[in-house]
Design a protein around this ligand. Structure first.
Ligand SMILES: [Ca+2]
Ligand SMILES: [Ca+2]
Ligand SMILES: [Ca+2]
Length: 565
């Protein structure tokens, strides 16, 4: 059973925020642009950022091709994924724009290969799991804004067609937007209704209430959507789901792959802890630096070395291999930290020279690689006091129990603004995620073209919804597949003699051909080989993979092949 979908999920830009698999999936772009438009735009263009296209249209196609390659590296499917794409006018104002929108064209339910019964799947994922094309239509529909760069559409902003993430101010990285939209089409979206019904029509499956499941059945994405106050969306009424949709900061993703990836991808809260002496031990408030490397976990632990010179000319060599402490004042933070780095310091703590909570450390110097933070004047004074009595031991790290964009259980937050955004709510990560994620609702300039850990959670979410790794696409997942490179869709041939029997794969991931090849490798006599093949044929027949007649055909081919002495 299938249903056609009409809701597309959007990726927005607001001027305020403009700030083991070798097989892979075969993902293709189906260009449905009119002549002269979008992919067919003949306007000459100079190659840029690794994109060698010489027309606007060719460059656009090259960006799409790169995006499909990036997704294909993460997803295995024996069925081609067809993305129907076009550039066309999308909603725009002078200060905001829908950059693109996309979604699955059809949904499937209760097909062979579905992980869960009575659950809707986006077409591309259903095809992957079924191992066959379930619907002749294209799988994903994606639209991109053709008005960007024209007056009245996010004025002053244009598409960037480079492939190197090096968009300039005022440009939007088309590659990131295409990756994002294809992500929605591959399954990063719930089919639960988020739009108010037409009040002039009766409420039914074609005009449902907010929170109603697609034709009254859950979708596979929804299975992992949970409200950390009221529970899983699966057991909710429409009204409960509608209320949960606007429970900002409490809507989370509870899939195991994303859960495992959260501490690797999202940032913990930076912290400085004095370990000893006991008199001043504990976590200290800090301000973080806009330069150098961020704090990590596990972090850096060492005795502190204080340089009272202010560090403007040089820093004492005693800081080598240690955490340096330097007072604020006289010269910039980057000068102090660079001098400490030159002296071999592992990290720097700047002690404030004025009272109050510690602010961040401003400045820029790309040659600084060590982390640095600011602590308060009072904490600095307390540390200096103790240094007169003996060593002060400090750890600079991140607190992984408090992660930006995850709740206390370390589940990643989903976007759930207090007013429903039908094209965005629940089908994106929350904007609080740090570093910024591809599947947040607004594009950020610091995105790089990846969908993988340790930078991005997108691939992990795809694993959760059922895009399991299957390099040889024989429908047996890599982690339980006893035979790599099983060829599927072929006819069994023994010693060059075709049996006419279609090859199939046993539940352990080994094909009949692979089992027969093992028979040939181990055969010492013809009789032994024939008996081994008979065993394979029996197993296949008992597993319902072949008929009795096909088993006989196999045995006949084995006998004629004359393998073994
Ligand atoms: Ca963010
Ligand atoms: Ca496999
Ligand atoms: Ca296999």
């Amino acid at each position: 059973m299938k249903k056609t979908l009409s809701v597309l999920i959007c990726f927005f830009a607001l001027s305020l925020m403009a700030t083991y698999a070798f097989a892979g999936a075969d993902i293709v772009i189906v260009n449905v642009n009119a002549p002269g438009v979008g992919f067919n735009d003949p306007t000459p263009a100079a190659p840029i950022g690794g994109n060698a296209g010489t027309t606007r249209g060719q460059q656009a196609l090259n960006v799409f091709t790169r995006a499909t390659q990036i997704w294909a590296q993460s997803l295995d499917s024996g069925v081609q994924v067809r993305v129907e794409a076009s550039f066309e006018p999308r909603p725009c104002t002078t200060t905001s724009a829908v950059l693109g929108s996309a979604g699955a064209k059809q949904a499937e339910i209760d097909f062979a290969g579905a992980e869960f019964p009575n659950t809707w799947y986006p077409e591309a994922l259903a095809n992957k799991r079924a191992g066959i094309r379930l619907n002749p239509d294209n799988d994903i529909r994606a639209r991109f804004n053709s008005d960007l760069g024209k007056p009245g559409c996010l004025d002053g902003t244009t598409w960037y067609f480079g492939l190197d993430d090096q968009e300039a101010t005022g440009q939007i990285d088309l590659l990131a937007v295409v990756l994002h939209e294809i992500g929605h089409g591959l399954g990063f979206a719930t089919f639960v209704n988020k739009s108010a019904p037409d009040p002039s029509l009766p409420i039914d499956e074609d005009n449902p209430n907010i929170g109603h499941e697609f034709f009254a059945s859950p979708d596979v994405y929804e299975r992992y959507v949970s409200d950390d106050v009221t529970g899983s969306w699966l057991g909710m009424t429409d009204d409960q789901r509608a209320a949960s949709m606007v429970n900002d900061q409490h809507l989370v993703w509870v899939g195991s792959h994303v859960h495992a990836a959260v501490p690797q991808v999202l940032s913990g809260t930076p912290r400085v802890t004095v370990n000893s002496p006991a008199a001043i031990a504990g976590s200290k408030p800090i301000g973080t630096a806009g330069f150098g490397s961020p704090l990590t976990s596990p972090g850096i632990t060492s005795n502190l070395v204080y340089d009272p010179s202010l560090g403007c000319v040089s820093v004492t060599p005693a800081v080598s291999g240690k955490i340096a402490m330097i007072d604020r004042g006289t010269c910039t933070f980057v000068v102090k930290v660079k001098n400490a780095q030159n002296a071999g310091a592992l990290a720097v703590i700047i002690a404030d020279n004025a009272p109050g909570a510690p602010a961040g450390l401003g400045g820029a110097d790309p040659t600084i690689t060590i982390p640095s933070v600011r602590i308060s004047q009072a904490d600095g004074a307390a540390i200096k006091g103790q240094l007169g009595l003996g060593p002060v031991n400090v750890t600079m790290d991140t607190d992984l129990t408090h992660i930006a964009g995850a709740n206390a259980a370390l589940d990643a937050k989903l976007y759930a603004p207090t007013v429903i955004a039908p094209g965005s709510t629940a089908s994106h990560w929350d904007v609080s995620e740090t570093p910024n994620q591809l599947m947040e609702p607004f594009i950020n300039g610091d995105l790089i073209a990846t969908v993988k850990v340790p930078k991005d959670l997108s691939e992990s979410l795809m694993r959760d919804i059922g895009w399991y790794p299957d390099a040889d696409t024989d429908l047996v997942p890599d982690d339980s597949d006893a035979c790599a490179n099983s060829a599927v869709g072929t006819t069994i041939s023994i010693g060059g003699i075709s049996s006419g029997v279609p090859d199939k794969v046993f539940s352990n991931g080994c094909s009949m051909t692979q089992r027969i090849d093992e028979c040939a490798a181990g055969a010492t006599t013809r009789g032994g080989f024939n008996s081994c093949v008979a065993h394979v044929g029996d197993d296949a027949k008992n597993a319902g993979m072949i008929s009795s007649a096909q088993k006989d055909a196999l045995q006949s081919a084995a006998a004629r092949a004359k393998i073994g002495k």
